[in-house]
Write a new protein. Structure first.
Length: 266
């Protein structure tokens, strides 16, 4: 991994959010890459429950100020950054008052999905990619964590397909067990189509966990099972993809991710 660049994109990262399998992986994996001589940058949403003073977040003025068009609406993009204490890891936060000011993450206090999670996903997807372009930082690998990142492979292979900064980038999706807890707005496919993505999106007619994961599988270059309870429909899609796959059992070994990246994607 010496000097290889890995972009980590996740809906959760410790120490900024409580410990979950996803938030722990989103810290441990980039640390292992750095220890192996690689370079990482981490992106996550700036949810309202993140204490900016405690974690020393500050806005990056030169990266902020862009408007992203989401379903024909201009939405301001704010970029904040922090460093994980005692680690050589920078974390960039995608922020917007409309989408990320609220104190919950992806579900309300009653455990119900926010009705605008579809637009939040599109905003996060486009916001990360536009920020990486501004940084002029060309990643060798883009590693995705969680259903909230499932639109990245589609956008990377269509909307941003001609962008030279991502010309050599390989996309790896870590597939976690289903914690979506419902169905996203059924207009998601129309909002994606608004970005002139001409791919057949009929598979997103009722965008649940399985449809989102199958979409991510179809457009990723490598796949990692990040849990033992992934639904059979998704594991079948992974098996049928003929792409490099790391099993959950194999992922538990020390240096598993570094070895997988080196062997299958670099």
């Amino acid at each position: 991994m010496q000097n290889k660049k890995v972009l980590i994109i996740s809906s959760e990262v410790i120490p900024y959010l409580p410990q979950t399998k996803r938030s722990i992986n989103s810290f441990k994996i980039p640390k292992s890459i750095n220890d192996a001589g690689g370079q990482t940058r981490i992106f996550m949403p700036r949810y309202g429950l993140i204490n900016e003073r405690r974690h020393q977040l500050h806005e990056v003025i030169r990266l902020s100020g862009m408007n992203l068009v989401i379903n024909d609406m201009d939405m301001p993009l704010i970029i904040k950054v922090a460093s994980i204490p005692k680690e050589r890891m920078q974390v960039y936060f995608i922020d917007n008052e409309e989408y990320f000011k609220r104190k919950e993450i992806l579900h309300d206090k009653d455990g119900t999905l926010f009705p605008d999670n579809d637009e939040r996903m599109i905003f996060f997807t486009k916001g990360v990619i536009e920020t990486v372009k501004k940084l002029n930082w060309s990643p060798d690998i883009i590693h995705l964590h969680g259903w909230f990142t499932s639109l990245f492979p589609l956008y990377m292979k269509t909307y941003f397909a001609q962008d030279p900064i991502f010309e050599q980038s390989k996309i790896v999706s870590s597939i976690y067990p289903d914690d979506l807890g419902g169905v996203l707005n059924t207009q998601l496919k129309d909002k994606i189509a608004f970005d002139q993505i001409e791919e057949d999106l009929s598979s997103l007619a009722t965008p649940n966990y399985e449809q989102l994961m199958q979409l991510a599988v179809a457009h990723s270059d490598g796949l990692i099972l990040a849990g033992e309870d992934v639904p059979a429909t998704v594991t079948k899609a992974i098996a049928a993809s003929n792409k490099p796959v790391m099993s959950f059992q194999d992922s538990q070994a020390e240096d598993a991710y570094v070895n997988f990246f080196n062997t299958n994607l670099l």
